[in-house]
Design a protein around this ligand. Structure first.
Ligand SMILES: [Fe+2]
Length: 486
């Protein structure tokens, strides 16, 4: 594979994620092997990109109204006439199941005087405007006008609700405001191929918490696109996380990923001589159990009374380890057994990496999907309406539908306000304290950007390559959009 020359030298000199994969106790699927890099230069980005209303307006027009965005899960609207209302950048969309099982999406606006047709998600007989009573069928066809005597012009016009593009993958429903957008798969590949193995369609939403956060949407997204903030922001995770030696790949313009190993000591703590038992003790202390590797390291922190995110019942760290068993091997094996006990599936052939590591794929501009077999954490970031200074983060956790069924019902979204803490959600358990550590930085980033003395922020060449690509994509889309409208 051709890589930009000299670029690789910017990686941390300690062992690589590939080196760690070489010690895996099971076969590693090909898609976990090293992917391509992207050399995007070393220029910084203007701080105004994070708060200037004029820049934000361009992002809305040329990015948000052009990209595929995850609106809901298919399981949120299982029956005909079930409706989910998705909102972003001042737009509201009705996503609804049709009688034939397909899904349609409509602009949520009455064709008479413009009132939103549907205020809340749920099961509907029709879309009846609460202002004058005009109504549409869930298929989008015009149903009824109680003051029709005064609207003879409607007989000559198409009064169907205008549709928004909608496509599905992995149980996720995506919408796109651009009628000319390329198919969803053009955005999702190669993620969709890599995730075949994890079959997200046959998972259910076990947790869904969202929160308004006082920072630009990119500030929030970027907090989850590199691991080298661990040693300072989440020091309790560093004894068992390969943070600065994480692997970063740019698989396409839209899909990037980072792989962070669990059950190995951070190279930043190399002088501490932490052994395998020490690693497991740190995992127990930080996460409540050593089952919680990788994905669960994000779910670490104080053990919740009722952890929901991950296989559990692992108990405390062992007093001794058998010869040749590393902390990573031990945690992987415990996780295999605990997951199998919980959902009835067989994990005996699954790699250590897919059991415990943080395998985060991002889809431009606003989604992150954790690969692997343990409960998958999914993030979504978007602006809070039309405010460049606040944003909304969604965290959902998908669990595998038990082998012997039935399919559990998905939970409803729990929305936290600006003033609430992630731990105010009953759903996130031990994940919440780690998020709180991330969130403590974000308002200070937003205010700090506004007082910058240089007017520029800088990104690491390797570990922050994905953030650089995020900005490159936005810049390209704005330039192309402005050129089209010039
Ligand atoms: Fe973090």
């Amino acid at each position: 594979m051709d890589q930009p020359t000299g670029f690789r030298a910017d990686r941390h000199p300690s062992e690589s994620f590939e080196d760690i994969l070489e010690r895996d106790t099971r076969r590693i699927p090909d898609h976990l092997r090293q992917g391509p890099l992207r050399d995007l230069g070393d220029e910084g980005v203007p701080v105004t990109n994070y708060y200037d209303p004029a820049h934000f307006a361009k992002e809305v027009r040329h990015v948000w109204l052009k990209v595929w965005q995850w609106a809901c899960r298919e399981e949120d609207i299982p029956e005909p006439n079930d409706v989910f209302v998705y909102e972003n950048v001042g737009k509201s969309v009705i996503v609804t199941r049709q009688a034939d099982g397909s899904i349609k999406a409509f602009y949520n606006s009455c064709l008479h005087r413009g009132r939103k047709l549907v205020d809340k998600s749920g099961h509907k007989v029709d879309f009846r405007c609460k202002y004058h009573g005009l109504a549409w069928n869930c298929s989008g066809s015009f149903k009824h006008n109680p003051i029709g005597w005064d609207f003879p012009q409607f007989d000559r016009r198409d009064m169907s609700l205008p549709e928004v593009r909608v496509e599905s993958w992995g149980g996720f429903v995506f919408i796109n405001f651009d009628p000319a957008a390329a198919p969803l798969m053009d955005t999702l590949q190669p993620l969709a191929d890599h995730f075949d193995r994890y079959d997200l369609a046959n998972r259910y939403k076990a947790a869904h918490t969202s929160k308004v956060v006082p920072c630009n949407w990119k500030v929030m997204a970027e907090a989850f696109m590199e691991s080298h903030h661990t040693i300072v922001t989440h020091p309790q995770l560093a004894p068992f996380l390969g943070d600065v030696n994480s692997q970063y790949d740019a698989l396409s313009d839209h899909v990037t990923r980072q792989f962070t190993a669990t059950g190995v000591v951070s190279p930043m703590l190399a002088d501490r001589n932490i052994d395998d038992l020490g690693i497991l003790k740190a995992m127990e202390a930080a996460g409540g159990s050593h089952v919680s590797g990788g994905q669960a390291s994000k779910q670490g922190g104080v053990a919740a009374k009722k952890p929901i995110n991950r296989a559990r019942d692992a108990g405390p760290a062992p007093a001794v380890l058998e010869d040749g068993v590393t902390a990573r091997m031990y945690a992987s094996e415990i996780t295999r057994k605990a997951l199998a006990a919980e959902d009835g599936w067989d994990y005996s052939d699954v790699s250590d990496a897919e059991m415990v590591d943080a395998l985060l794929y991002n889809v431009f501009p606003h989604m992150s999907f954790w690969a692997g077999y343990a409960p998958n954490v999914i993030y979504r970031w978007r602006p809070n309406g039309l405010d460049p200074d606040t944003s909304i983060m969604d965290v959902i956790i998908l669990k595998r539908v038990p082998k012997d069924g039935p399919r559990p019902k998905p939970v409803a979204e729990h929305r936290l306000t600006l003033d609430e803490d992630w731990s105010d959600s009953p759903m996130l358990g031990a994940l919440a304290p780690v998020f709180e550590q991330d969130m403590e930085n974000l308002p200070h980033v937003q205010t700090g950007l506004k007082t910058s003395g240089t007017g520029v922020v800088h990104f690491a060449l390797y570990s922050e390559m994905r953030i650089r690509l995020l900005h490159a994509n936005i810049g390209r889309m704005i330039a192309e959009g402005e050129a089209r409208s010039a």
